[in-house]
Ligand binder design. Structure first.
Ligand SMILES: Cc1ncc(COP(=O)(O)O)c(C=O)c1O
Length: 423
């Protein structure tokens, strides 16, 4: 159905009114937060107009807001929450690690155990180090690449997101670290070739997500990634795969599915078993720069780099939850769900389409930019009304507790919403 001008504005105003009626305590929570945090916010990605939900509790793949409204959680903590909200094995692992003492001012057995598991999953990583977030891990990987090559230029891609200070969604973010970035179009091997032809001897690293997650779940073509591999080999640059989101695509991440081996890999989110986490690893000669016993070693400090709770949760996550079978099943479930969603949208006028890889996907509204923006907001609000929770920007990340009943419920809600968002 064509857009009829003010219709969509009216539909949106109505849906916002209904949201306000249902969620007064979320607004009250934001007002209280505003007194002590700018805009009541300490994590920019959570902001959505008119105000975000405040969530009181979660169990499995269900969450409840502070007004008592229940939702099926299709956002899964922006991909970090693959285990659901109350995984007993993780709860036990964390409790056991805590019972043995927390913050013991030294090495613990947990970090070696987790490191062993990660290097065995990712053959491209000879050695690994831990950090507190994906952002930190990316910063350290870039630093290592700059040091080992003696160069400073870093190739990244438009729409890429590698952390709060490494964001290329709309060119350069004002808070980005002041590295010498070349921001190239994504999935465009020719543009990368041209950059290397012009400045190959200055390029320290290429940093790329096999699928741009925050950028809208745009998947890189295997040919593009293979071209980057070749260019880095030819020019002596370090190829870094940011697999903070895509590591869940198989036991060995997206790189195993693609059959490609980067020089360095950055991990985060799921390998902390739900707690704050980051890791970077790669070729021995690159990583050994961090060996503190070596003269001139690169320092990489961090009070919580080896924090016992995240390390212990990560070990249990690897052993009991992030198994080959579980990850392959979730991948296939996600592929099927995305196909079903696309079929549903196509059959009802093609107002939306879904991109992604495996269990991570993004709903996009089609059509002219402003109309699409309003229509996605409208769908988001209408889906929340039906107890379906995903990111306002359209991101969906399945977690293990999401089953057929939940995905069928989501599809039914989408069908129900279509007449309401076609204004
Ligand atoms: C691909 C990618 N890299 C890095 C990061 C940053 O991780 P963190 O939020 O743990 O700093 C994210 C976070 O969403 C991400 O999606």
């Amino acid at each position: 159905m064509p857009w009829t001008g003010p219709g969509i504005d009216d539909a949106l105003a109505f849906a916002i009114g209904a949201y306000r009626e249902r969620t007064p305590q979320s607004l009250a929570a934001l007002e209280a937060a505003r007194a002590v945090m700018p805009g009541g916010n300490t994590r920019s990605s959570l902001w959505t107009a008119p105000y975000p939900l405040s969530i009181a509790s979660g169990a499995g793949c269900r969450i409840v807001d502070v007004d008592g409204n229940g939702y099926v959680d299709f956002l899964g903590e922006f991909t970090a929450g693959i285990f659901g909200h109350t995984e007993p094995l993780l709860a036990r692992a964390i409790a056991e690690a805590h019972a043995d003492g927390i913050g013991l001012s030294s090495h613990t057995p947990y970090e070696t155990r987790l490191a062993r598991r990660l290097v065995s999953r990712f053959p491209s990583m000879d050695l690994v180090r831990f950090a507190n977030s994906g952002t930190e891990a990316n910063l350290m990987a870039l630093t290592a690449a700059r040091r080992v090559t003696g160069r400073s230029r870093i190739v990244v891609f438009s729409g890429g997101y590698h952390g709060g200070v490494l964001s290329f969604a709309a060119g350069h973010a004002p808070v980005n670290v002041p590295f010498d970035f070349a921001v190239l179009p994504f999935d465009d091997a020719r543009a990368a070739e041209a950059e290397f032809a012009a400045r190959g001897s200055e390029i320290a690293a290429v940093l790329v997500e096999p699928m741009q997650g925050a950028g809208g779940c745009n998947t890189a073509s295997p040919a593009f990634l293979a071209a980057l591999r070749e260019l880095c080999d030819m020019h002596g640059a370090v190829l870094i795969f940011d697999e903070v989101q895509t590591a869940r695509m198989s036991l060995g991440g997206a790189q195993a599915r693609l059959g490609l081996s980067p020089d360095m890999t950055v991990l985060g989110k799921i390998f902390g078993g739900g707690l704050a986490f980051g890791a970077f690893g790669g070729r021995r000669d690159i990583m050994e720069q961090f060996d503190p016993a070596r003269p001139g070693a690169l320092p990489h400090a961090g009070t919580f780099n080896n924090n016992r709770l995240a390390m212990a949760a990560g070990v249990t996550a690897c052993d009991a939850l992030l198994t080959r079978e579980a990850l392959d099943a979730l991948y296939l479930q996600g592929e099927a769900f995305r196909a079903d969603l696309n079929a549903c949208f196509e059959a009802r006028g093609g107002l939306f389409r879904v991109t992604g890889m495996g269990s991570i996907m993004n709903i996009h509204a089609t059509g002219p930019q402003e109309e699409a923006r309003l229509r996605l907001r409208l769908l988001h609000l209408r889906m929340m009304e039906r107890g379906q929770y995903f990111a306002a920007r359209g991101l969906i990340a399945l977690s293990f507790p999401v089953g057929v009943a939940e995905t069928d419920g989501f599809l039914a809600a989408v069908e129900d919403c279509m007449p309401l968002v076609a204004a």
